[in-house]
Design a protein around this ligand. Structure first.
Ligand code: SAM
Length: 279
């Protein structure tokens, strides 16, 4: 089979296209990485995939081989035309022109959950992850490439320097793993940063109930809001309670009052949110 590098160059040349920096277009040209993404996602042949940002289609090509159904949402209209032409003989591949930040995964018809697989446009990594988490009920798992620094924050364990709001926001809903890192040389053109692929398996039972989400996230944001302050000091303002009340709640959970947010586990945050909302 034509290599991903040769394929990407051929498509760009044939349709007289150039990568658009403004849309985060860094095309994957390494066959080993593409194969590792598909394998790492755990995709099985009967499953359906939602790809975000198919670009020139090097990953789409591999997904079309490995999955029963592929939907690919691309913002660049010119690339949509290219992909529709190149993939017209694949009845199970549908190219959708649109903004992934507004795409409603509930419109996809799939019996047993969709796998989200993507090499994300980095200029909107954070809002995209937020969007995916909001729509998590439609996905079984999500395997995507992001900046290595973001991958480390998503998967960080409590007590580690990268552990923060993003780690807690993802890990309360998903089991998160960093699968492997990817050098900038795997892309055309090369991005300025190294990358990594993460896999998020949606927990069948999230660790918090929907009605607890608001207070949980207020607690987490408050706790991490002022990194140099102790937990109690950062929290009083965020939850609008007195220092004494917050200190009592923290101590009643066996958490040292001088603790810092990054040393708490996800379940500590859940217990803390429950204790504070009961006051
Ligand atoms: N999947 C291709 C690959 O691996 O070679 C391209 C990945 S490239 C990093 C990101 C892709 O996302 C680009 O094709 C870009 O046009 C597309 N994109 C950018 N913003 C988008 C958005 N808001 N919604 C959907 N696609 C978007």
């Amino acid at each position: 089979m034509e290599t991903a590098f040769a394929y990407t160059r051929r498509i760009l040349k044939k349709y007289e296209l150039r990568a658009k920096k403004s849309l985060g277009q860094n095309f994957l040209t390494d066959d080993g990485i593409i194969a590792a993404i598909v394998e790492g996602s755990g995709l099985s042949p009967e499953q359906a995939v939602l790809e975000i940002g198919p670009g020139t289609g090097a990953l789409t090509r591999a997904l079309a081989k490995a999955a029963g159904r592929v939907w690919a949402v691309e913002l660049d209209a010119a690339l949509c035309d290219v992909l529709r032409e190149e993939y017209k003989q694949f009845n199970h591949v549908e190219i959708i022109h649109g903004d992934a930040l507004e795409f409603d995964a509930g419109t996809l018809e799939s019996a047993d959950g969709v796998q989200l697989i993507a090499n994300l446009p980095y200029y909107i990594t954070s809002p995209l992850i937020r969007r995916f988490l909001e729509q998590r009920r439609y996905f079984q798992s999500m395997t995507f490439m992001v900046q290595q620094e973001v991958a480390e924050r998503i998967t960080a364990a409590p007590g580690k320097k990268d552990f923060g709001i993003l780690s807690v926001a993802v890990q309360v809903f998903c089991q998160a793993r960093l699968l492997f890192t990817v050098p900038a040389s795997a892309f055309m053109p090369q991005p300025k940063v190294d990358s990594a692929v993460v896999r998020l398996d949606i927990l069948p039972q999230p660790l918090i109930k929907p009605e607890q989400e608001e207070v949980f996230f207020r607690t987490v944001k408050g706790a991490f809001g002022q990194r140099r302050k102790t937990l109690v000091n950062s929290l009083c303002q965020a939850v609008n309670l007195s220092k004494q009340d917050v200190a009592n709640a923290v101590e009643s959970l066996g958490i040292p009052p001088q603790a810092r947010a990054e040393t708490l586990s996800v379940s500590d945050f859940i217990r803390l949110a429950q204790a504070l909302s009961a006051l």
